[in-house]
Design a protein around this ligand. Sequence first.
Ligand SMILES: Cc1cc2nc3c(=O)[nH]c(=O)nc-3n(C[C@H](O)[C@H](O)[C@H](O)COP(=O)(O)OP(=O)(O)OC[C@H]3O[C@@H](n4cnc5c(N)ncnc54)[C@H](O)[C@@H]3O)c2cc1C
Length: 566
Amino acid sequence: MANKKRIVIIGGSAAGPKAAARARRFDEHAEITIIQKSPELSMASCGYPYYIGGTFDDRNMLLSTPTGVVRDPVFYLNAKGIIARTETEAIKIDRNKKVVTCKDLKSGKTDDVPYDKLIITTGTIPKIPPVPGVNLEGITTLQSIQDADYLRKIRDEQKIKKAVVIGGGLIGMETCEALNLAGIDITVVEMLPHLLPYLELELAMLVENHIKAKGVHLITNNGLAEFLGKDGKLTGIKLSNGTELPCELAIVAIGVKPNSELAKEANLEIGEFGGITVNDYMQTSDPDIYAAGDCIETNQLITGKKVHAPFGDLANLQGRVAGENACTENNATFKGTIQTGICKVFDFTAGATGLSENAARKNGFNNIETVINTSLDKPGFMGGTLLITKLVVDKTTGKILGAQCVGPTDVSKQISIWAMAISCNMTIEDMINTDLPYAPPFSLAIDHSITTAHLMQNKLRGLLVSISTNEVKKKLDAGEKPFIVDARAPDEFDAMRLGIGEVLIPLGTLRKKLNLFPTDKNAEIILYCKISLRGYEASRILKAHGWTNVKVMEGGIMAWPFGREK
Ligand SMILES: Cc1cc2nc3c(=O)[nH]c(=O)nc-3n(C[C@H](O)[C@H](O)[C@H](O)COP(=O)(O)OP(=O)(O)OC[C@H]3O[C@@H](n4cnc5c(N)ncnc54)[C@H](O)[C@@H]3O)c2cc1C
């Protein structure tokens, strides 16, 4: 057929194949070609940690359709009419001639592939620290399927005893769990004060406590200074403070940067984070060239600023838009991200969406309110477990800015609810009566997310005056002596207690024991219980009796991330 549109896509993992498939649905006659450097196509990179950890053993599952067909060039040609050239690297884009020069990595031969519309989906490059010893055997990233093969082999051979994971982000945490499950002694080294930088300290420390309980060693506030080796092989690492840690394996997971060199050489506009600049149509500075996935920068919808957000869901959504627009008059848009992410860390899940308290302040939200809610995900008789959520709201507008949640169960549901609320610009008043599905196997009559909204509403109305665990710790460290009350029952106190100078005054006895409270009605009083519900009720009683400076410690004992007496 004459005048077939030629659509060329560089990169064949997530965004690329999605763009190709979408383009095909819009134009049955287009000539669609994927240029892919690696031998595989459509790799489920997010599944690598679970392959390494032994959740499944069949490597092909990383490359297959839901019905088990491997997505190889034959599949692409037969099922989708798409030419997929694997082991082929795009080495140059000539925008004047509208050709991509490609190199066959097996033969070394080059050829020019002409395009009418080009879509760049070249992904990221892992950051490698510029320290001595970086080329020793035993140092790897977890970026490619070949890296996954390497680590899976290590798991299967069971020869390595000690490993270090450098970087406590999502990939670092997932790799840590996978290798720990393989029986390897793991130390995680993180340069920042806490793991999972998208979480705030209080919540991140709960995750840290969990991984330590699983036998993982953790070093924070300390960076990698040097890899140590003998006979070309890794024997250990040296940290910035001089500490040496022996290990035979090091996984570098300190982040990724956009793989945008090809675009840069073609003089396409590049943003401040090194990602390709695109508009809402996923069009680059050249209207015939689109870009999608980890190689671009996108809009942060809450701050209005550009961000590099390398996530699999975004790559697929953006690829879909680029694929459609390559065939239409830019019918589709992708407006940006609120930066939603989630990570499984052993029996815990840690998720976040929108802005953390720190990020909100850094981005000029000066009138914010936060609250931490510890409460059950479903009734105790259905085996409910505690979730801990921190919510951030803009007091000026009432709009929800961000939420973070950790816990052993359905964190994903919580984060999904908040992500949708933020995406729809909802305020806390919009949230408080939201009709969510309820039956005991799934939630409480008032879902954890709605209870969190209620706490925030109480706080905004002044019914609840609260203080975070972190602020309590800072006060104690500064030598302040607030009157601290644990409002639980004596048997609970005997079994577990903080030991921060608290007095046990169970809620049920409180009205009769008001004489135990400070005579100065303006003295600072901090109340808590297991999850701070009884603490809240106690605060209402004290206020009714004239005490003015009464605060509830948010989340209660279960959200206290610091050491405790018992
Ligand atoms: C271990 C791991 C776990 C992850 N877990 C999650 C998760 O749980 N949730 C989540 O949202 N995200 C996760 N991610 C991130 C997610 O995988 C990426 O966001 C997504 O793969 C990005 O897709 P992409 O198509 O933009 O880039 P990639 O998937 O990186 O694909 C880019 C492709 O382009 C090819 N390429 C590059 N340059 C050229 C060239 N010049 N010529 C030809 N081909 C080229 C590369 O070989 C590569 O195959 C994870 C990533 C990893 C590595």
